[in-house]
Design a protein around this ligand. Structure first.
Ligand code: DC
Length: 228
């Protein structure tokens, strides 16, 4: 399979799904397997939420948040996120920023700023981008679209034990916050989370990372074979 995957044009791979479905781990592994860039688009919404709180910009003021976002230099690297050169990798993964990011992600003007940057990152292909609207809005023509999901209990357990995130580790608490945020992501008017018509749904419940990565690589190579 690896041979099929390595001898081809540079692809855009979109991975969407709710929190804790395993997008980050899987997208990183796929990017590393293919030698592609991995971009966590959620980190960009988190960066905007973090900076708005820091600057005292009201999260409910769409225009002010969007103007602020347009002036920010957000760098999302494989293992680090920075805003105007300041490393915020850890600071953006707290319960307060979970909420702030979900709020700013509701605003079409904020999304327009970030989507435009995400599209620019994808211009040369060779990218695995994860988020909520990557296959539906950012790259509707992505070569491969995968939607990862898992049972809420399992997603909450993963998030509670994720060392990149600070906050409560009690699964019940994490689950109620996570379910509420996901409901918000699914029902918002601007770019809600849903499974793109041409996406392959992969349920990661009860599967190891290695199993899911193998399944997704299988989806990618299957897609390439049908295109030939
Ligand atoms: O994936 P995450 O939990 O780090 O995302 C943070 C927030 O940003 C979450 O509320 C969903 C939102 N988001 C979005 O609306 N669109 C994306 N492409 C990525 C994340």
């Amino acid at each position: 399979m690896a041979a099929v995957l390595h001898c081809m044009k540079t692809l855009i791979i979109a991975i969407d799904g709710p929190s804790g479905a395993g997008k980050g781990t899987v997208a990183r592994a796929i990017a590393s397997e293919l030698g592609y860039r991995h971009v966590d688009s959620g980190a960009m919404y988190r960066a905007v939420g973090w900076q708005a709180l820091r600057n005292g910009v009201p999260l409910e003021d769409e225009g002010a948040v969007a103007r602020m976002a347009a002036g920010l230099r957000i760098e999302v690297l494989a293992n680090a996120v920075s805003i105007d050169g300041l490393d915020v990798t850890r600071e953006i993964r707290t319960p307060a920023i979970d909420r702030a990011a979900a709020t700013v992600a509701r605003w079409p003007q904020v999304r327009a700023v970030l989507v435009e940057r995400q599209r620019r990152m994808g211009q040369g292909g060779a990218i695995v981008m994860e988020g909520r609207d990557i296959g539906t809005v950012v790259f509707p023509d992505a070569d491969v679209k995968v939607y990862l999901d898992a049972a809420p209990e399992e997603r909450a357990r993963r998030r509670a034990h994720d060392p990149a995130h600070s906050g409560p580790t009690e699964v019940a608490l994490v689950k109620s916050a996570l379910t509420a945020r996901d409901e918000g992501d699914r029902t918002r008017t601007a770019s809600p989370l849903y499974v793109a018509r041409d996406a392959t749904l992969v349920d990661t419940t009860g599967k190891s990372v290695a199993e899911v990565v193998a399944e997704v690589l299988g989806v990618i190579s299957g897609k390439l074979r049908t295109e030939k």
